[in-house]
Design a binder for this molecule. Sequence first.
Ligand code: HEM
Length: 429
Amino acid sequence: MLWYAEVIAAFLCFLFIWHWRWTKHLPIINWPLFGMLPGLLKNALHVHEYTTRVLKHYGGTLEFKGPWFTDMEFVFISDPANIHHILSRNYSNYHKGPKFREVFEPYGDGIINSDFDSWRYQRRLIQSMVKNNKFESFLEKVSRGKVESGLIPILDHMSSTGIEVDLQEIFQRYTFDNVCFLVLGFDPKCLSIEFPQVAHAKAFDQMGQSVFYRHVVPEICWKLQRWLQIGEEKKLRIAWKFFDEFLYQCISSKREEITRIKAQKMEEANFDLLTACIELEQDEEGGEMDGSTKSNKFLRDMAFVLIGAGRDTISSGLTWFLWLVTTHPSVEAKILQEMREHLLVNNEINWDIKEISKLVYLHAAICESLRLFPPIPFEHLYSIDSDILPSGHPIGPRTKILYSLYAMGRTESIWGEDFIEFKPERWIS
Ligand code: HEM
C-alpha cells in the first residue's frame, strides 16, 4: 500500500511540475481543480491592473474557469468590438437576468435590475425627469449650495488648521447629501466639520458592502448565510429594513406635500426626482399603477437606484480627478486659466451652468480621469442564446459575460502608446 501511495504522490508531483513549467510564462494559469482562481486571489490587491495585463495577453477576450465545485465561469472581455457587439449590435441576446437580480436584491425592480420593457419604461421616465426644467434649476441650486456652504468651508478649515483628512470620505459625505437632496428632497447633513455618524449613510454603506460581498464569495456561501441569517447577510437585512423605513417615510411625506401644494395651487420649492416621478406617474394614462402600495414600491426602487447610482460613482470620480490634477501641475494651471477666462466676473465666480459648460479643457480632464480610473471598473450581463463574438469566440446560452471598462481605458490599440499618461488634450480635437 505504501509503495502505491509513493508512486501516486510521485506521479502527482511530476504532473504538477510539468504543468507549472509548461504554463509558467502565462499571466494566468488554469490549475486542475482550482481553475484560474489562485492567480486572481494572488493578485487581489491590484486586481484591475492584473486583469488588464491578462486580457492584453489574450487579445482582449478570456474564458475564465473557476474551481470545479463552483459555477465561477465567465467570459471576460475588454476588446471594444466584442463589447460593442454585446451592448449594441446584438443587445437583444444579452440581459441582466435572474442571477444578476438576486445579487443586486436591495435594488428591487429598479432600472439597474430590469430588462426589456421594464428597463425601457424606466429609462424613458428617468430621461424625462432629469430633462425637466424645474429639476435642472433645482440641480443647479443644490449643487452650488453644497459646494459653497459645505465643501469649500470644510476644505478651507482643513487647510488652515493643517489637519490631514481622507478626501474620499469628504466626497462620500458630499455626494450622499447631494444625491439624497436631489432624489428625495431631504438633506441628511453628513458633510460637516464634526464628521457626524449619520445612520442613513451607515445603513447605505452596509448594503453596498453586502452586495459587494455577494460578488466575491461563492453563491452557495452567501445563500446559506442568508437562509441562516448570519454574518454579512444579517447585517444586510438590518440595514435594508432601516433604509427602507426611511425611504417609505420620505415617499409618504412627499405625497402629502404634493397634494397640499396642488390644493393650494402653489409652486414646489424643491423639485426633486421623487416629486418629478410622482407627478409624471400621476400624469400618465390610467393614473397610478395599480394602487398606492405597488406605486410606493416602484418609487422606493426608483429612489434607491438613483441614490446608489449617483453616490459612489461621483465620489470616486471626484477623488481620482483631484488626485490626478494635483499630481499634474501643468493640467491644474490650464484648468485654472480656463476657469478665470470664463467664470471670473469682477473678482467673483459666476457659477452659471451655461458658462460652466464652456469649460472644454475641464471637461476633457474629467473624461481623461474617468478613462484611467472608471468608478465602475467592470460590469456584467448574461447571454440568452448562443452567439459568436466578432473575435470569433463562441458564447453559450446563459453564459456570464464580464466586461472591463478599466482594461478598455488602458488598451494601447485604442489610446496609443502613451495610454498610461494623464493627457486631457487627447479628448480635444
Ligand atoms: C462619475 C459618475 C458616473 C459614472 C462613471 C456612471 C457610470 C455608469 C455605468 C457604467 C452604468 C452602466 C451602463 C450600462 O449598463 O449600460 C451606469 C448606469 C446608470 N447610471 Fe450612472 N454613472 C455615474 C453617475 C450617475 C448619476 C449621478 C446617476 C443619477 C443619479 C446615475 C444613474 C444611472 C442609472 C439610472 C443607470 C442605469 C441606466 C440603464 O440601465 O440604462 N449615474 N452608470
